[in-house]
Design a protein around this ligand. Sequence first.
Ligand SMILES: Nc1nc2c(c(=O)[nH]1)N[C@H]1C(S)=C(S)[C@@H](COP(=O)(O)OP(=O)(O)OC[C@H]3O[C@@H](n4cnc5c(=O)[nH]c(N)nc54)[C@H](O)[C@@H]3O)O[C@H]1N2
Ligand SMILES: Nc1nc2c(c(=O)[nH]1)N[C@H]1C(S)=C(S)[C@@H](COP(=O)(O)OP(=O)(O)OC[C@H]3O[C@@H](n4cnc5c(=O)[nH]c(N)nc54)[C@H](O)[C@@H]3O)O[C@H]1N2
Ligand code: SF4
Ligand SMILES: [Mo]
Length: 748
Amino acid sequence: MAQKRRDFIKISSLSAAGLIFGSQYLRSSVPEYAKQNLGALGPMSLHRTPTYCEVCFWKCAGWIYKNDEGKIQKIIGNDEDENCNGRLCPRGTGGVGMYYDEDRLKTPLIRVTGADGKQTFREANWDEALDVVAQKLQKIKEEHGPECTALFTHGSGGHYFGNLLKAFGSGNIAAPSYAQCRGPREVAFLATFGAGLDSPEPTDIRDTRCLVLIGSHLGENMHNGQVQEMSDAIDKGATIITVDPRFSTAASKSKFWLPIKPATDMALLLAWIHEIIYNEWYDKKYVEKHTSGFEQLKEHVKNFTPEWAHGITTIAPDVIRETAREMRNASPAVIIHPGRHVTWYGDDTQRLRAVAILNALLGSWGRRGGFYLPEKLEVPEFPHPPFPKPNKTWRDAMGGKYALADLALASGVCDATIPSPDLNCNIKGWIVNGTNLIMTLPDEKKTLEAIKNLDLLVVVDTMPMEITGYADVVLPECTYLERWDDIRVVHGRKPNIALRMPASDPLYDTKPAYWIAQKLAQKMGLGDYFNYEKFEDVLDWQLKQIGTSLDEMMRIGVKNYPRESGPLYFTEDDTPIEFGTNTGKIELYSTAIAAEGFDAMPVYTAHMTPPQGFYHLNYGRAPMHTFGRTSNNPNLTDLMDENTVWVNPKVAKEWGLKNEQPVYLENQDGIVSDFSIKVRITERIRFDSVYIVHGFGHANPKLSRAHGKGASDSQLISRVLLDPIMGGTGMRGNFVTFRMEKGSEAKS
Ligand SMILES: Nc1nc2c(c(=O)[nH]1)N[C@H]1C(S)=C(S)[C@@H](COP(=O)(O)OP(=O)(O)OC[C@H]3O[C@@H](n4cnc5c(=O)[nH]c(N)nc54)[C@H](O)[C@@H]3O)O[C@H]1N2
Ligand SMILES: Nc1nc2c(c(=O)[nH]1)N[C@H]1C(S)=C(S)[C@@H](COP(=O)(O)OP(=O)(O)OC[C@H]3O[C@@H](n4cnc5c(=O)[nH]c(N)nc54)[C@H](O)[C@@H]3O)O[C@H]1N2
Ligand code: SF4
Ligand SMILES: [Mo]
């Protein structure tokens, strides 16, 4: 049944905002103090500069419009950009609020008392603040070695601080967007297809005939291009199958909603594989030509029948069969979506292996409507001396574990900071750029213990956040609307690039990350690694290497290049395809995973169920916010200013809970949420779970709109289910119960 895009948009809880933004939305989303010039609003009277969005990491390209007085008014999508097709999501449009947020960090800060999470700083000038950082880093180098420093990062500044650290002699460069997010799926797809997925994922959703979403809650997860393609696919009659214990926005647009018992997805996946193999529904030619290990897989899944899975997942056998048949009917134009935040239960790499195997059996990898073959432009790095080889890295602290992790583990670097006889590494200095580790890493206690052992914690951020409270030095970055940054290089259907340039001088005494890194480098005797006068010179040099120039890019913002790597999909000729695996084939049986001593094919493991009176703590995204980074944004708090806890009516009745009633949440380890959260009674969540949107419950009083609003899932995630294959931190093994008052006993 075809659904209209408009319907799809309406059902998402952003109904007030919509996906397409007229000036009406814009007006309501511009803060009071910026409204005086709105009379002039309208593209003709505005001046525009190109940018790409930093509100999330989909990096949509857009135009920043200013009025005649040079005041930033709005951001709209760039029509030439495949990531957004000219339309930004509500958060991207609300990016203006990051610039106008009066709570922004305004000047460098130096700590005046112990690192206690309290924001007790004195203001400093840049020279003084950077001197402190440079001297302390130098001291760590002398006393412990340069390898005892680390960078945690998310976003564009990571490249500059990464280069600084590499030049200094450290290889500890980690992002929570790996071991707390997409790491397991990268390892699983690398093991299977010899290629990871990266961002944007090369899912050919626009041409798919069947999209299977396992947890991935597109529509609330607002990854722009994918959401647009999903509504197009729905318009064209594609079948959507959503597996989610919660009736997500995507579920409401699906032909099949499978309200699975949490933590049992592996059983469903194995049963699907069983059905597809034993009914001979797989793509025989493709499997024969491209895969290895089929006979082993067939034997392995022999007993994993839909009846077997029913007992585990609560999904009826005929539903399992029917959905498997839907996938077969659409094959190869079918996508079992890999998801993105996949660090759930600790067996995540194996779960994602099962997802990869299903895609392989149905022949969707490299096929229209399945996964396309992306292409990326190589942009040369601005010349600098070679980086020294670090004496050791975080890996040396892992005792040979997690060898398949292809990027650094933020959690691993955190572990390597806590002195322990098992670890031969002891990190002493952190630079934290654009990541609020207190809310981002699970097990807050551990993060704080690591911080206690540091000689230096530098935080580069735009906002006062929880992590800034522990910093020795806070360096305020200007927002993305006020700075140049690296060229955005996307691997997509076509290679393409986008430019970010400042639409305004930095407000207050804030600076771009590239400037901060360069100045630090100069103070540390590493200036050669940042050998340029102005960042524009770097950009112009790079752009000229790839047949364009800064001048041209300032005019067009986005440039698409023709493909050079061949067709978008595999061709049906007889040339053998060499996959990047050990066998050169798509590995249904993973030799790389077996070589590390793990199961070569995914197995089902039972996970814990909540004790009496407790519920799975389920969490996810809201369309109008990105993690905790937007919860103080004046434009976006207008749309949603706190999270609620979703409670099934049956559970509400048992506890006598009413809608809007504030409750505290307490987890299995006795941790009680700092703040209360309002109850939302809804059939949309199973009786064994509750659901909250991540990124609320901020403890920092300097966030005038976000402080104390709602509860923080991060605070309640104290049990971590480690993925033994790649070190991902499974975060969905936590259970919560209700407390009516902060001090009250939990009743049940
Ligand atoms: N608006 C918005 N969009 C975003 C972001 C944002 O902050 N805001 N962040 C972006 C980022 S970095 C990421 S990684 C993605 C994350 O987005 P996804 O990858 O889509 O996130 P998940 O955490 O996998 O999915 C959350 C869903 O999993 C369901 N779920 C919970 N437990 C289970 C279970 O046991 N089984 C199954 N099948 N489902 C379960 C939840 O009910 C919820 O609907 O979103 C991206 N898009
Ligand atoms: N409990 C829990 N933990 C999670 C998740 C979850 O759903 N629940 N999701 C996981 C996932 S999928 C991911 S990808 C990670 C994401 O984790 P992070 O990327 O760490 O996300 P945020 O916590 O939003 O941190 C962003 C920080 O960057 C700052 N910032 C914003 N813009 C700029 C800028 O231009 N420059 C600088 N220097 N700073 C800026 C913000 O003020 C904020 O302090 O978290 C993971 N951790
Ligand atoms: S999806 Fe939205 S927030 Fe993310 S980059 Fe695009 S416009 Fe910005
Ligand atoms: Mo993520």
